[in-house]
Design a protein around this ligand. Structure first.
Ligand SMILES: C[S@@+](CC[C@H](N)C(=O)[O-])C[C@H]1O[C@@H](n2cnc3c(N)ncnc32)[C@H](O)[C@@H]1O
Length: 364
């Protein structure tokens, strides 16, 4: 993991991007971060800042002196920020706020890195309004901006768009109103009741990969300790638990909203199994051994597509499986998980397949 130098008014910061594949050599910040940093540095009076969706903590490190609240849904982003603070000798705790919480932040300036997910953006602007924030600066790269971004922002107040610099732009929003909240939303998919927050995968419709997994769940063995790795709103683990009341379920996701949604979904389904919820990067080494790990892996990390996360999850799963334990993975055929899995496991078997998806088991 190579640190890169980010030039700010106060000097140079060394910033790393944990988790990136060495082949991809990706930077931990973009021109939209640089744009926001420059605008803040140009202000004669420094307002207190609420920073939202800072992906690896570059923005938080650069604006550290004015930082009042740092809010993110991502465990990995928080870990990266912690690491970058340490590297740059920034002392104290992160002024962290969970992504579903709102506290009084009257008179603060909010800086938002525009998320890909517009439901999340709406949710975050509603929370900013609830916190008493009047001004929000939103930054993003031209290639990632939704076509209707201006209209979307105008529903919350008056918007000024600044010129593009290095293909990045900033919208200055005078936040005067909220819009009706659409999330958390309740759905029933394949007999499982789900509550899903705004940033949760499959919040509006069941993912076809998850559907295929569920359609073939009866082929899985009965197991004691079961992990739903990358659980989203908990669909796979809850479905498994409803057919196996003796199993202990452990749910893992790096999205805070996913874990909170899974907890709410669990309650809706009134199951009596033992259950544990973990906001974590993948499957941390906790000493617990799993007899079964269910996984519908992510194939992108924010705007970066790739199988580097899946590879890490497979490696961690191999370590966390009990002697006869199995990892069960669903994936699009074109992702070729059967080949990737063979680099980590002795035995890889196809449990089911259709023209689009495969369900694989791996062990040994
Ligand atoms: C394809 S979705 C699967 C969600 C759900 N299990 C389903 O089948 O509908 C992948 C999930 O992986 C989570 N995720 C992404 N990176 C992760 C990481 N490093 N550690 C844990 N979870 C991660 C995402 O938040 C998302 O909920």
């Amino acid at each position: 993991m190579q640190a890169e130098q980010l030039s700010v008014a106060a000097g140079e910061l060394s910033i790393v991007r944990p988790g990136a594949s060495p082949k991809q050599a990706l930077r931990a910040w973009d021109a939209a971060d640089e744009y926001l940093i420059k605008l803040i540095e140009e202000l004669t009076h420094q307002p207190e800042l609420l920073i939202i969706n800072d992906q690896f903590g570059a923005l938080g490190c650069a604006c550290n002196k004015a930082l009042h609240i740092w809010q993110s849904d991502s465990f990995c982003a928080k870990e990266a920020f912690e690491l970058n603070r340490k590297i740059n000798e920034i002392e104290g705790e992160i002024p962290f706020l969970e992504s579903t919480r709102a506290i009084n932040a009257d008179n603060k300036l909010a800086l938002i890195k525009l998320p890909r997910n517009t439901s999340l953006l709406e949710y975050q602007l509603n929370r900013c309004h609830e916190m008493g924030i009047k001004e929000v600066w939103l930054a993003g790269m031209m290639k990632h901006l939704p076509k209707t971004i201006l209209e979307q922002l105008q529903r919350f107040g008056t918007v000024e768009r600044l010129p593009f610099i290095k293909k990045a732009t900033v919208f200055k929003l005078q936040l005067t109103q909220a819009i009706p909240d659409s999330y958390p939303k309740q759905n029933t998919f394949s007999g499982v009741k789900l509550s899903s927050h705004a940033n949760v995968f499959g919040r509006d419709k069941l993912d076809p990969g998850a559907q295929f997994f569920i359609d073939n769940m009866s082929a899985l063995p009965k197991a004691q300790n079961v992990a739903d790795l990358c659980c989203g709103s908990g669909i796979l683990g809850i479905k498994y638990a409803s057919n196996s009341p003796e199993s202990n379920l452990h749910f893992f996701d790096e999205s805070y909203m996913a874990i909170e949604s899974t907890q709410a979904s669990w309650k809706l389904n009134q199951l009596s199994n033992q259950k544990h919820f973990h906001w974590a990067d993948g499957l941390p080494d906790s000493g617990t051994k799993f007899d079964l790990i269910l996984c519908n892996p992510p194939f992108h990390e924010s705007n970066t597509v790739g199988d580097h996360i899946a590879k890490r999850l497979f490696k961690q799963s191999r370590k966390a499986l009990s002697a006869n334990g199995q990892l069960i993975v669903v994936g699009n055929r074109h992702l070729k998980y059967h080949i990737t899995l063979k680099t980590y496991f002795k035995n890889v078997k196809q449990i089911a397949a259709n023209p689009k998806f495969v369900l694989l088991s791996a062990n040994g």
